[in-house]
Write a protein that binds this ligand. Structure first.
Ligand SMILES: [Fe+2]
Ligand SMILES: [Fe+2]
Length: 307
């Protein structure tokens, strides 16, 4: 959602892209113990650096227990409201559970809310812009959305309408919609949460007519960039777990550059990597490279179309 008006009126924008910041209120036990210190450091870092950006975007999983603990969502919103930089925050599965019966697997942690989108914790805290964000800035159409597996909220219809606009687009969601590695855990892991929506999302996002320059997501806590048709599918790793990194999106007149930066800290991609024994493929020779990303996962220049 957008907290303050945009202040840039030229053809240049600098955007900070984060994912999976996983704030945990810690009222029972920490789900990601290694991230706890990094979350605090991240908010301090944002206090100092947010003003260097025209926009901050977070590709979901801003909390650990947001589906049952509204205070986690409110805390994160308060912290971003204080920054004085506009932001787009859309939900991940820890903030708005997309799949029924997940509460049987992760009680208290990731519970499906059997109610309308408007009655969910996430909507109550972040409102309409948190689930259906749409704004054209400097001739680029920014779209962010929440999605639940069976699409009870008719987000796909809404998205299709938005994609009909004539502008180049940058889209934000939480979930990867293609395999992000050719082998290893990310080739198969955790696409099931939105399995009924993945194919229609592929048809929309990668349709050349819709001019989606980049689709940003999170979820698997790795850095990955893969081109499909004319669209770059860009997964951003967690800012507080594993690689502890963030992306910077520079929008220039002729191109868009994506660069990746690593926080220095005690948990800086040492330990706490997911599924280490399944983190190798032919282009990522060890678990650190698999999750941190190789050169092609870390920097990309995307040509813009002439108006
Ligand atoms: Fe996550
Ligand atoms: Fe996730």
């Amino acid at each position: 959602m957008l907290s303050t008006p945009f202040s840039c009126y030229n053809n240049f924008m600098k955007i900070l892209n984060l994912a999976d910041i996983h704030y945990d209120l810690n009222n029972t036990h920490l789900h990601y113990p290694a991230s706890h210190e990094m979350v605090t450091k991240l908010f301090s870092w944002l206090n100092e650096h947010a003003k260097e950006y025209d926009l901050i975007t977070i590709s979901g999983d801003i909390t650990v227990k947001g589906t049952t603990t509204k205070d986690e969502l409110s805390y994160v919103k308060d912290r971003f409201d204080q920054l004085d930089t506009p932001y787009i925050i859309i939900p991940g599965n820890h903030d708005l559970c997309p799949l029924k019966k997940m509460e049987e697997r992760y009680p208290g942690l990731e519970e499906y809310e059997y109610t309308s989108l408007e009655n969910t914790n996430f909507y109550k805290v972040f409102g309409e812009d948190g689930v259906r964000y749409s704004k054209v800035i400097n001739n680029i159409h920014f779209i962010g959305f929440a999605i639940r597996n069976d699409d009870p909220d008719k987000i796909l219809d809404w998205l299709q309408q938005e994609l009909l606009s004539p502008y180049e687009k940058i889209v934000f969601c939480h979930f990867p919609i293609i395999p992000t590695r050719e082998l290893g855990f990310c080739s198969t892991w955790d696409y099931f949460r939105i399995e009924n929506s993945i194919n229609p999302l592929n048809d929309l996002i990668f349709n050349k007519d819709y001019k989606v320059k980049a689709y940003f997501c999170g979820h698997q806590h790795i850095n990955s960039i893969i081109k499909v048709n004319n669209t770059y599918h860009i997964e951003t790793a967690s800012s507080v777990l594993g690689s502890c990194s963030y992306r910077v999106i520079d929008i220039l007149e002729k191109n868009i550059t994506i660069s990746t930066h690593f926080f220095n800290g005690p948990n800086n991609w040492v330990g706490d990597l997911l599924l280490i024994d399944r983190s190798v493929d032919t282009t990522h020779g060890n678990p650190y490279e698999y999750q941190r990303g190789n050169q092609q996962d870390l920097y990309m220049q995307i040509e813009r179309e002439s108006p």
